[in-house]
Design a protein around this ligand. Structure first.
Ligand SMILES: Cc1cc2nc3c(=O)[nH]c(=O)nc-3n(C[C@H](O)[C@H](O)[C@H](O)COP(=O)(O)OP(=O)(O)OC[C@H]3O[C@@H](n4cnc5c(N)ncnc54)[C@H](O)[C@@H]3O)c2cc1C
Length: 367
């Protein structure tokens, strides 16, 4: 039996890909509800434009896979190309983007430096960087497609895993908060921001910390903002329906802060919008919510297992603010590893061992 802990996009994508391989004995354990974590709290954007070559190379495989899943899944996740637009505020930022532009061009995903005025609805002038290859999709349709595809084949238990049980250096199963023990040959943690809680209990340094982010959506207005626009304190775009959706960038203490939103961040979002976009004063907020980015020391994910880990314990977590777009592809790679022992080179790059060995990736483009 394979136990998957966590029914977010990564756990359910793994389950979906295991099912495609004909694997029968899988149990999913979820502490609250399907999609309780970041998988139903995100902004649903995808991009190729990362800072580190490793994440760019991963995105070059993961994004086409995400797009191709739209055709395969039960619900269409409506992927569409919108572009990303960075407002570059300083000479330092421009010079970083010049280096990135060369790197991106070498991977055939080069964008353009433009005057922000080209987007005539913006009230900013100056240098912007436009990456037309990036886009948007709908997270719920991916999450629930995976759920619908596996729910009649695999049991989902709603309980909190309190402990991973290890014996003779190997995984034996898990215990839950309600006192149940489930025996299993393999345990996979797809527990997002919560992954550290379980790892710490078996003396594995977790390296994953939650960072709460607030995000808002306005009432709908006529569609005109196509790209995701990223400034230093806010990012936003528009849904096809016309709502402006976006979040604020504010330094917050790490930890499991409650899933609330604040007037302060909401005002910051609305004021930021008003300063950057013409004719949006008086726009009302329809709703807001918060979720956790799962932060690692190099803002990049952890997949596979560590050299010193108990045998048959796996992880796929720690995606900072970009894990939704990677969920379909990561689930596929994880299923290849767990079911067929097929180890994609990505497992050596995103290994949990890199932190102790001080081989951190350089991912500085967190959105
Ligand atoms: C505001 C915001 C905006 C974002 N925008 C984007 C974006 O535009 N594009 C993008 O690609 N990504 C984005 N992300 C990131 C993305 O949402 C996450 O990286 C991704 O959803 C992580 O998926 P996951 O399945 O690993 O984790 P989660 O969705 O968090 O799922 C983990 C699950 O594990 C369960 N769990 C945890 N501990 C236990 C336990 N002990 N026992 C049982 N169950 C447990 C939780 O209840 C949860 O359901 C954003 C995130 C936030 C917060």
């Amino acid at each position: 039996m394979i136990i998957i802990v966590g029914a977010g996009a990564h756990g359910l994508s793994l389950a979906y890909h295991l099912k495609k391989k004909g694997i029968k004995d899988v149990l999913i354990i979820e502490m609250k509800r399907v999609g309780y974590g970041s998988s139903s709290r995100n902004a649903s954007r995808y991009r190729y434009h990362f800072y580190s070559e490793e994440n760019i190379d991963y995105a070059l495989k993961a994004i086409p896979y995400l797009i191709s899943q739209s055709k395969e899944l039960f619900l269409n996740s409506v992927t569409y190309k919108t572009g990303y637009l960075w407002i570059l505020r300083s000479e330092e930022q421009i010079s970083i983007f010049k280096k990135l532009d060369s790197l991106w061009k070498s991977k055939n995903i080069g964008g353009r430096f433009i005057n922000c005025k080209e987007f005539d609805y913006l009230s900013v002038e100056g240098v912007c960087y436009y990456a037309p290859q990036d886009g948007a999709f709908h997270h719920d349709y991916i999450l629930y497609s995976y759920y619908i595809s596996v729910k009649d084949s695999y049991k989902i238990v709603f309980d909190k895993v309190s402990e991973i049980v290890i014996g003779s250096g190997k995984v034996k199963g898990i215990k839950t908060e309600s006192g149940k023990f489930f025996e299993s040959e393999k345990v996979v943690l797809t527990t997002g921001a919560w992954s550290g809680e379980l790892l710490q209990k078996i003396n594995i340094q977790p390296y994953i910390e939650p960072e709460r982010k607030e995000i808002f959506i306005t009432e709908p207005i006529k569609y005109f903002i196509k790209p995701l626009i990223i400034d230093k304190d806010i990012y936003f775009s528009q849904t096809l329906k016309g709502e402006i959706i976006g979040g604020t960038e504010t330094k917050t203490e790490r930890g499991f802060l409650p899933f609330t939103i604040s007037i302060k961040e909401m005002s910051k979002f609305l004021q930021g919008l008003k300063q950057l976009v013409k004719n949006v004063s008086g726009l009302g907020i329809l709703r807001g919510w918060s979720g956790y980015y799962e932060m690692t020391p190099d803002n990049s994910h952890i997949m596979g297992y560590g050299e010193e880990w108990p045998e048959d314990l796996y992880i796929d977590a720690g995606y900072s603010g970009h894990g939704m777009m990677f969920a379909p592809y990561s689930g596929k790679l994880m299923a290849d590893l767990i079911a067929d022992n097929k180890k994609d080179p990505a497992f050596s790059i995103f290994t949990p061992d890199r932190f102790a060995k001080n081989k951190l990736l350089k991912e500085n483009l967190v959105i």
